[in-house]
Design a protein around this ligand. Structure first.
Ligand code: KG4
Ligand code: ZN
Length: 335
């Protein structure tokens, strides 16, 4: 009877999600109610609408996760919830639901940072070995994070402007793709050739920071100039050129940091980790290194889900990390 079951809850953006994880690594249920179709009409996430959808969905999603797991709330060791960062109104729904369950069933409440969740999605694939480096690329974040042990996060590089996913979504809009644009650009890139010369933002020598706004502007200017000259650009080629620039910088900086920090593993995390170009290029680059293992979560665990929140919650539970019922959503939470 000493199995550990953690219920995870995630509502930071446009997915209402709940999942149950057994002993930190085994997914016993994983429910995600996506709102993408609703927000598509507006070309992006509308915070007020996201909150309303979370309110409508949260009880059903949690119930389904518990039913699929086939356990009672009383069998849980704790409830883990995304406390931030994210949209404040969206986060609040998950936090209040988690607090209610923790209170009603006298369960420990475990606050989880959304990015810690993305990183710990990798523990659902294989055991983590430290020190490790994680490349986190999502709609809101682009970070290189060094970890020397569980729960220790050192940000060694981050974006100075747009996040990688944000750049994907903005470029997609220019190419008239629906929201979220990342998967569309990814598919188009595979059908085109990187024939258009676009910049790479390496920044100062030795820097592990990123910048994508210059690249995004270069794509917009390319489209604009072509229109003015009456030329046509094959959108697939523009997508391929954009993706090549993003992937080249992400992979080069990740490999350089992995060598400098002498890590045992490289973890890929966040929604953009679903990108085929990035997955392929990183696999190829890591294959040339000795003694570094690359972990890439399956697509379902790359984009927002609650299994990753429960996976992080399981580790934090063992470390004794708890919140009381005054826990509040924090849209600007630090890792
Ligand atoms: O982690 P996530 O689900 O939500 C945030 O925490 O932001 O990431 C969503 C982001 C979006 O910007 C989406 O366009 C991007 O991940 N994304 C992709 C792909 N799949 C999702 N970007 C590039 N290629 C993909 N295949
Ligand atoms: Zn995310």
């Amino acid at each position: 009877m000493n199995e550990q079951y953690i219920l995870g809850i995630e509502t930071s953006c446009d997915e209402t999600a709940a999942a149950v994880i057994k002993n930190g690594k085994e997914i016993v249920s994983n429910v995600v109610a996506s709102q993408i179709d609703t927000h598509k009409r507006f070309g992006g996430v509308v915070p007020e609408i996201a909150s309303r959808h979370h309110v409508e969905q949260i009880t059903m999603v949690i119930e389904e996760a518990m039913n699929n797991a086939g356990i009672e709330f009383s069998r849980l060791s704790g409830v883990a919830v995304t406390a931030g960062p994210g949209l404040v109104g969206a986060l609040l729904i998950g936090v209040e639901a988690a607090k209610s369950i923790a209170f009603a069933h006298s369960l420990p409440l475990i606050p989880v940072h959304h990015i810690a969740g993305h990183i710990y999605a990798n523990r659902l694939v294989t055991e983590l070995q430290f020190p490790l480096l994680s490349l986190v690329v999502s709609g809101g974040h682009t970070e290189l994070i060094y970890m020397k042990e569980h729960g220790h996060f050192e940000v060694i590089g981050e974006t100075r402007d747009d996040a990688a996913g944000e750049a994907y979504d903005k470029v997609a809009r220019v190419l008239h793709c629906p929201y979220p644009g990342g998967p569309h650009i990814d598919r188009m890139a595979s059908e085109g050739e990187a024939t258009i010369n676009l910049p790479r933002a390496w920044l100062e020598e030795g820097s592990y920071d990123f910048s994508f706004s210059g690249l995004k502007s270069a794509v917009i200017n390319t489209v604009h100039n072509a229109k003015q000259r009456g030329e046509t650009i094959k959108p697939e080629n523009l997508a391929a050129s954009f993706q090549e620039s993003v992937v080249e910088v992400l992979v080069e900086k990740t490999i350089r940091a992995a060598k400098e920090y002498n890590v045992k593993q490289i973890l890929l995390a966040g929604g953009v980790a679903a990108n085929n170009g990035l997955r392929t290029a990183l696999r190829k680059a890591v294959a040339e290194l000795e003694n570094i293992e690359l972990i890439i979560p399956p697509l379902k665990l790359c984009t927002d889900n609650a299994a990753m929140i429960a996976a992080a919650g399981s580790v934090f539970y063992e470390k004794g990390i708890r919140a009381d019922l005054t826990l509040n959503a924090n849209p600007g939470l630090d890792l």
